[in-house]
Design a protein around this ligand. Structure first.
Ligand SMILES: Nc1ncnc2c1ncn2[C@@H]1O[C@H](COP(=O)(O)OP(=O)(O)OP(=O)(O)O)[C@@H](O)[C@H]1O
Ligand SMILES: [Mg+2]
Length: 395
């Protein structure tokens, strides 16, 4: 069910039956946790504890239940719990029970050091005990959207970070986006290899066709994604957070502005063929959706996000992420689970209260962390409060 024009996000969430929540988390040898078995009530979860207590680690563990490298972009081996004097890596695992209106699903992700798949270390994904063909299958069961302190730099970072931010928001509602992106990236890598090893014309043409098909599909879903994000922001006019004006800056996205997808596909494939020598010499692809940027403006102020204050940038990000949580999903549960690490930082008192109210209104499960419980007093009675420390989590 999609967001209907004129329908508020709250109404939408209520109709969607929200219901999707993580009701149990089990960790073994994940970062600072030797083992953890945590039951959740299904509503907002507030995790507090001193610096280094393991709050972010717990959110990161949940984020391994999404395609990609988790919320810190860490290597699988970094996630293995290490203690002084260790020789070798421990296997780690993350298990979660996801409760929805359709019943319970068990999701499991694990990593066994040394396990090899075509020379690549991979995590094992299980859904209800059955190995999943790809991590993208997780999105069909659990839709995760996160906001972490490292994103405070998003508007100062390079285009790649903003592009990933957008792609993640889109993927959280549409696993196909991640599949197409993977197909594109794999073909792009293979083409560079092929150019350097003087592979056959036929092989190169086939790779360029694969790149082109997936590039157009990725660009099209980005265009659709930015429209949906804008629609979701428009639907929450009363938000305390500023409206972000978002636009894509990318060659392939631009082509779709001017011509039908089929034509754009041919044109991009021709461009790749033309650029073979340059790309081969440079060892990278000069044009394509891997170079797209997401341009964000503070709409009311008419300013580019990077020139806004720290708090304003955070507020813009929150508006975008809440919109990402509200966009209709295709092939993913309607209701997302939000992971909000140190969300209260940089927010003044009024904004903080407004954020809690907006999360509450969304009716989704949100995991919120912070060092001081006092910052979350407004959530008393509306959230499950947990204290994190010494490798354990207590009520
Ligand atoms: N692979 C690992 N094995 C063991 N401990 C680890 C591993 N990786 C990280 N840690 C430790 O986990 C601890 C908790 O980290 P985490 O980032 O979760 O803290 P936090 O509660 O979010 O703190 P802060 O309030 O500073 O953000 C840190 O002391 C860190 O050194
Ligand atoms: Mg932290």
């Amino acid at each position: 069910m999609g967001l209907v024009e004129g329908q508020s996000i709250a109404e939408h969430a209520a109709q969607a039956g929200s219901g999707v929540a993580i009701s149990r988390v089990m960790l073994s040898d994940f970062r600072s946790y030797a083992s953890l078995d945590l039951r959740l009530q299904g509503r907002i979860v507030v995790l507090t504890g001193p610096n280094g207590a393991g709050k972010t680690n717990l959110l990161e563990a949940l984020s391994t239940l999404a395609p990609g490298r988790g919320l810190r972009g860490a290597r699988l081996s970094d996630l293995s719990r290490s203690t002084p004097g260790d020789t070798g890596l421990r296997p780690w695992s993350v298990g979660a029970t996801v409760r929805s209106t359709f019943g319970d699903t068990q999701l499991g992700v694990g990593f066994v050091p040394g396990a090899d798949d075509n020379g690549q270390l991979k995590r094992v994904v299980r859904i209800d005990g059955v190995p999943a063909s790809s991590p993208q299958a997780l999105v069909e069961r659990l839709r995760l959207v996160w906001l972490i302190p490292a994103m405070d730099r998003l508007f100062h970072d390079g285009a790649a970070e903003r592009r990933r931010f957008l792609d993640r928001l889109i993927t959280s509602a549409d696993p196909q986006h991640a599949r197409r992106w993977n197909n594109y990236e794999t073909a792009m890598r293979e083409r560079i290899g092929a150019l350097r090893s003087a592979a056959s014309e036929k092989w190169l043409a086939a790779l360029e066709r694969t790149m082109s098909e997936n590039a157009i599909a990725v660009a099209a879903s980005r265009r659709e994604g930015t429209k949906r994000l804008t629609a979701a922001m428009n639907a929450s006019r009363s938000s305390a957070f500023p409206m972000a004006q978002i636009a894509l800056e990318g060659t392939v996205e631009g082509m779709l502005e001017m011509m039908p997808a089929i034509e754009a596909e041919d044109q991009f494939a021709e461009t790749l063929t033309r650029e073979r020598v340059t790309d081969g010499e440079a060892g990278r692809t000069a044009v394509g959706p891997h170079l797209t940027d997401l341009i964000v403006h503070h709409r009311e102020k008419g300013l580019e996000a990077r020139t806004c204050s720290t708090g304003e940038q955070k507020a813009l990000l929150i508006r975008l992420v809440l919109a990402g949580a509200a966009v209709p999903a295709a092939g993913a549960p309607e209701a997302p689970v939000l992971l909000l690490d140190e969300i209260a930082a940089h927010l003044d008192y009024a904004r903080r209260q407004a954020l809690f109210d907006e999360i509450d209104t969304l009716g989704v499960q949100a995991w919120i962390t912070g060092t001081d419980t006092s910052a979350f007093s407004a959530l008393e009675g509306r959230a499950q409060f947990l204290r994190v420390g010494d490798g354990a989590v207590r009520a």
